[in-house]
Structure formats: structure tokens, C-alpha cells
Design a protein around this ligand. Structure first.
Ligand code: GCW
Length: 631
């Protein structure tokens, strides 16, 4: 039963965003079976949803019960969030608490790795809806996407791949001015800013200059003119995202300049237009010789950026991946965050499930993100959690043009959850999962319980049957799906297991690469010592013999065998639990997810057997429980 106030909507919206809020309110209530009458601002006695638009651009929203009415007050943007909040709670059937809320971060965005040809790097949900045949496009889906983002509390998106190539380079030239303008306007209506990824050597690639040196006057002038043209033709352009000196991308290092000199030059170019630079910290040696055991990719972020703290302009945000390496299923929190005292930072998560099952395996990432946001850099210091150290958040997007947006229906929970966490980093992952389930599948308690259980277990399950205890990188090179324990072992990417018949892992304590020493004294002490190192990260930090005793008395090897057998069984149990919902869900949705579970089980069995067999053949130590391994 909807409350009485859903019969009328009072208030007029002045701005385009306010109007969008009103439209969403009407559509949302209608979808829930109400037929609200819109009656301007003049009906004081009536129980109604009362929209009160105030001027400004803040995102704050206030919802208040006034007698029989529900008042939503805010700027146009605030109203959008307020309306979605109200709709969510009505759909959940919850008694509505007052809400007076502002987002924790001013920038909460998705980064798309969409290419101009319509493909998506690490995309698992179809093709791009931003690009087709070398051009940006604005369609009905662009608007739905803006609504989707706003409904989760997000306010920005970078539409093109950080590996800028092909005709995406020309996004800066004005060739696609009209298309970009249309996209920007469509997003702006829902308070979503547009960002573009740019190539650091654009002055050469597009401007015909013979250098991209950030200290060169011609280069500065080229960027200045480019920004003037771009920002004046594209409303709502917020700035640039830059992958420089990373995996073959051009950057300031080619000219003997620092990352700060590179970022600052661009920051100066966008500043007159209120623009910002999101500068990625994914800088490491990707042409390492596997024989070289000194270089440690995990150290790279800190080695490059910690000494530069304080050298960046105010409108630069350092965008760093949540772990020191690369979005593996388990990594410690990047130590770089602990060093940035005078530089704004932006956490980069990945909801595109590149290393976490590619939206074929279910893997709800929100508990992991929450742990990362809760991570404390120094126990005795106030306000020293990740959530407090960062100034902005983004996630690599998991969307595409698939009918259900995210390929796996359950992967949409990651998008929703990321949005809610970026508004409120203290949000509870289990509650988010439950809420998402009710909003998506309805309120049958059995469905809610099953879906929430599956989501909440999924990350641990995935971790169990894939790479153990933080070691990472046992996946098939290139595609990153499925097992290949030594696939990256003799390659150039700095991702080594260094397993022999006695030991496995890279020692990252002071006797090894010294990575542990990049943390504060107390964390370094925790990680350095195998006895105090959290077990789930044991093989991230240490090289250990297979007969190393875990806290519960099992050997390291037995723990890995057990995890792999159990991981498969648990995946099978999730799949069976889903099967029981056959009569309770739309047949098409039920079938789609069921098919994904079939693939997940095939893949989990493959991981289990490959990892166990590989270790057995190396060590010739059998599984204590005599389960099937292939000798
Ligand atoms: O992990 C790697 C991915 C690349 C990606 C890169 C990055 C966009 O495999 O596909 O490139 O990270 O984050 O830049």
C-alpha cells in the first residue's frame, strides 16, 4: 500500500534537473501503481509529495514528513537524488525515515573503457552505447544511462577508454563537437558530468607538433587552445582522465619530466574552465625481465608518486587502483594512499569483472570495497581510513549494450552498490544486496534471502577456486579468464609466482623486495612478520614453503587444495539455490542467470583441477583427503 501522499505532487520545477526530478517522480509512482495528480504549488491542505526546488548546484537532498505530506527539498540536482531515494524506499515498502543527506565525495563516477569502434576493453556486457563506427552516439540509451547513474547517486562518467586510440583521439579536435554536445546535455539533465580520456601526446598526434614535452611553450599553447574550443562547445565537460607513462602510453617521462610536471601542465590548461585532471598512478615497468627478482611491480605506485606529494596543482586528482598491483581478487590496500597528505586522491575500483569472473561468474564486490574504504593507515590517528583520505571515487564500468546492461543480471548489484557506497562509504554491503534484490526481483522473502546469500558469499567462493591467498595472476594471459598458473610466469608484466617444488610466492618483506616498508610503521610490522600477516594475504607478502603451518594447523598446500575443492562445491550450492527460484522469477531472467551459473561451474571445476594438479605435480604431495587430482 502506497502512502496517501503519493496521490498528489505539488510544486513546480524551475531547472532542467528539477524537471527531470519531477518526471522521474511521476514515472516512478506510476510504475508502482499510483496515478499521481500534479497540482502546482497551491494546495496546502492536500497530502502530497511536495517538491521544493532551491537555487544552486549543491547535491544535498532533504526529505521531511510535513503532516500527511512528504517534502523533498534541494537544488535541481538535490531533487533528483531525493526523488530516487523516496522511490527506492516506497518500492522497498519501508516506513520512510527523514533523510538529510549529502554525498561523501564531490566526484563519483564510472570510467568507461569504450573504444571508438564500439568495442569495450574488458567489457563483458556487449558493445559500447557511447560509440559506434568510430563516432560518439547519443541515443535513448544515453538518457536511460543517465537515469541509471543518478538513481544510484553517481554524478560523472568518462566515456572513452584510457588507452586512447583510433578516432577517439579526435574527440579533442572538434570533429565530434555536435555528438559530444548532445551527450553532455543529455547527461547534464541528470546531474552527470562528462569526462574525456586524453592522450598525453595529442599535440603531436593531432596538432602536428614534434614534441609533447609538458614544459614546451608550443605544447602548452596547443592544450590551452584545445581546451578553449572544447570547453566552450561542450557544456558540462568536467575535465580529462589521463593514463600516462603506463603500459606503453606516452607521458612526461619521455621528456625527462615528472608525473607532476605532466599533470600540472594539463591542470593549467583546464583550470580557466573549472576543469579537473584525473591523473592515473598505474605507472610501472611493463617490460620487466622475469629473471630480474629485484624489481617489484607492487612497489611502483609509491616509488613513482609518494615523493611527489604536494607538487600537484589543486585541480589534479591522483587516481589510484585500490591495490598496489591490478584489481586482483585479493590485494592489500595501496600503500600510496598513506603517503598522500597534500595531494587529492581518487580511488579507482573495477566493477568490470576483469579478474573477478568477467560477469560470467557471480562476484559481488561491495563487501571488498567496503573493507578497503574502512582500512586504517595508522591505528592511532583520527580520520585515517581510506574513506577519509580520498577525495573522490570512480569505478571501471561494467556496462554495455546488452539488454540487461551488465551481462550477468546479478552484476548489476555491483553498479548499484558502488553508487550507494560512493554516496555513503559507511553503507552496509549486506543491506545493499538485500535492497537491490527487492528492487530488482520483488519482495518474496525466499527470493530476497537466496539472492542476498548468493551475493554475500560470492566473492569468497570465487577467491577459493581461483588464485589463493593474495598471490593473484594465475589467469590466462590476455583474456584474464580461466586458469593458467604459469601463464604470466616468463612474461614481461612483473606478475610472478616463482613457484618451485618447495616454495611459492615473492618475498615482499625487508629481506625481499621491501614492499612492506612502504606502509606506516605499524602496518609494515604487521605485514612483514608471517605470523601477524593476515592469512588471506599471506602469499601476497611472503614466499613460503608448502608445508608452512597455517593458524588452524593445516599446511599451506592443504589449505590451497581444500579451498579449491570447497570453492567448487560452494559455487555448486549457489547454483542449486538459484535453481530453486525457478517458479518465483521471470522465466527469462531466471534462465539467463541459470546459464551463467552453468558456465561458472564449468570454470570453477577448471580452476580447481588446474591449480590443484599443477601444485601436486610440482610438489608430489597428495591431498590428505584423497580427493581427485590428476597426477
Ligand atoms: O589490468 C590492465 C588491463 C588493461 C587496462 C589496464 C589499465 C585499460 O588488463 O586492459 O587498460 O589495466 O588499467 O590501464
Amino acid at each position: 500500500m502506497l502512502p496517501a501522499y503519493t496521490k498528489y505532487i505539488c510544486g513546480t520545477a524551475a531547472t532542467r534537473q528539477g524537471k527531470a526530478a519531477l518526471r522521474e517522480l511521476i514515472a516512478g509512482l506510476q510504475a508502482m501503481g499510483a496515478s499521481p495528480e500534479v497540482c502546482g504549488s497551491q494546495t496546502p491542505g492536500l497530502p502530497a509529495v511536495r517538491l521544493k526546488e532551491v537555487p544552486g548546484s549543491e547535491e544535498k537532498a532533504v526529505l521531511r514528513r510535513c503532516g500527511e505530506s512528504m517534502e523533498i527539498a534541494g537544488t535541481g540536482r538535490g531533487l533528483i537524488y531525493g526523488v530516487f531515494h523516496l522511490l527506492r524506499h516506497l518500492a522497498l515498502g519501508e516506513e520512510f525515515p527523514e533523510w538529510d543527506s549529502s554525498p561523501a565525495y564531490p566526484i563519483r563516477m564510472l570510467d568507461h573503457w569504450d573504444n571508438a569502434d564500439g568495442s569495450i576493453e574488458r567489457g563483458y556486457a556487449g558493445s559500447s552505447f557511447f560509440f559506434r563506427n568510430g563516432k560518439p552516439i547519443c541515443t535513448e540509451r544515453t538518457r536511460d544511462y543517465a537515469r541509471l547513474l543518478a538513481s544510484c547517486g553517481l554524478n560523472g562518467c568518462c566515456i572513452n577508454n584510457v588507452n586512447v586510440h583510433g578516432s577517439a583521439l579526435k574527440l579533442l579536435t572538434g570533429s565530434f563537437k555536435r555528438e559530444l554536445r548532445r551527450i553532455a546535455l543529455c547527461l547534464a539533465e541528470y546531474g552527470i558530468s562528462l569526462w574525456l580520456s586524453v592522450s598525453f601526446s595529442s599535440p603531436m598526434e593531432l596538432g602536428g607538433l614534434d614534441t609533447a614535452d609538458p614544459l614546451d611553450e608550443g605544447v602548452k599553447q596547443w592544450w590551452g587552445e584545445t581546451c578553449l574550443r572544447l570547453f566552450s562547445s561542450i557544456p558540462n565537460l568536467a575535465g580529462f582522465l589521463v593514463k600516462a607513462d603506463s603500459e606503453g602510453r606516452p607521458g612526461p617521462h619521455s621528456y625527462g619530466r615528472s608525473q607532476a610536471e605532466g599533470a600540472n601542465m594539463l591542470a593549467d590548461a583546464v583550470r580557466p574552465f573549472g576543469g579537473k585532471i584525473l591523473w592515473r598512478c598505474f605507472v610501472y615497468n611493463c617490460t620487466q625481465d622475469w629473471r630480474d627478482a629485484k624489481t617489484d611491480r607492487a612497489r611502483a605506485q609509491c616509488d613513482h608518486f609518494a615523493p611527489l606529494d604536494g607538487e600537484f596543482r589543486e585541480n589534479v586528482f591522483l587516481q589510484l587502483k585500490n591495490g598496489p598491483v591490478d584489481f586482483q581478487i585479493r590485494e592489500p590496500v595501496s600503500p600510496l594512499l598513506g603517503h598522500l597528505e597534500k595531494t587529492a586522491s581518487m580511488m579507482e575500483f573495477q566493477i568490470a569483472q576483469e579478474y573477478t569472473g568477467q560477469q560470467r561468474d557471480v562476484c559481488y564486490l561491495i563487501p571488498m570495497f567496503r573493507d578497503i574504504l574502512d582500512f586504517r593507515f595508522r591505528a592511532r590517528r583520527e580520520n585515517d581510513r581510506t574513506a577519509e583520505r580520498i577525495s573522490a571515487v570512480c569505478a571501471v564500468s561494467n556496462t554495455g549494450d546488452d539488454y540487461n546492461w551488465t551481462g550477468h543480471d546479478l552484476a548489476a548489484a555491483n553498479l548499484f552498490g558502488f553508487g550507494l557506497l560512493s554516496w555513503n562509504p559507511c553503507a552496509d554491503p549486506a543491506e545493499i544486496a538485500e535492497e537491490w534484490s527487492v528492487l530488482t526481483f520483488g519482495d518474496d522473502p525466499e527470493v530476497t534471502k537466496t539472492v542476498t546469500d548468493i551475493l554475500m558469499r560470492s566473492r569468497d567462493v570465487y577467491e577459493k577456486y581461483t588464485a589463493p591467498l593474495g598471490i593473484g595472476w594465475m589467469c590466462v594471459p590476455g583474456t584474464h579468464y580461466g586458469p593458467s598458473p604459469e601463464g604470466y610466469e616468463f612474461d614481461r608484466w612483473g606478475t610472478y609466482l616463482r613457484a618451485n617444488h618447495l616454495e611459492i610466492g615473492v618475498e615482499r618483506g625487508p629481506e625481499g623486495t621491501g614492499f612492506t616498508e612502504q606502509y606506516s610503521a605499524e602496518l609494515a610490522a604487521l605485514y612483514r612478520n608471517v605470523k601477524s600477516c593476515p592469512e588471506e594475504l599471506l602469499l601476497f607478502f611472503h614466499r613460503l614453503p608448502y608445508n608452512y603451518r597455517m593458524k588452524d594447523g593445516r599446511t599451506l598446500l592443504q589449505r590451497i587444495y581444500d579451498d579449491h575443492f570447497e570453492g567448487y562445491e560452494e559455487a555448486a550450492a549457489m547454483s542449486e539455490a538459484w535453481d530453486k527460484l525457478a517458479d518465483k522469477l521471470e522465466p527469462e531472467v531466471f534462465r539467463r542467470v541459470q546459464e551463467r551459473f552453468r558456465e561458472q561451474l564449468r570454470c570453477a571445476a577448471e580452476w580447481r583441477d588446474v591449480v590443484n594438479t599443477w601444485l601436486y605435480r610440482l610438489t608430489m604431495i597428495p591431498d590428505e583427503k584423497g580427493r581427485r587430482i590428476y597426477p
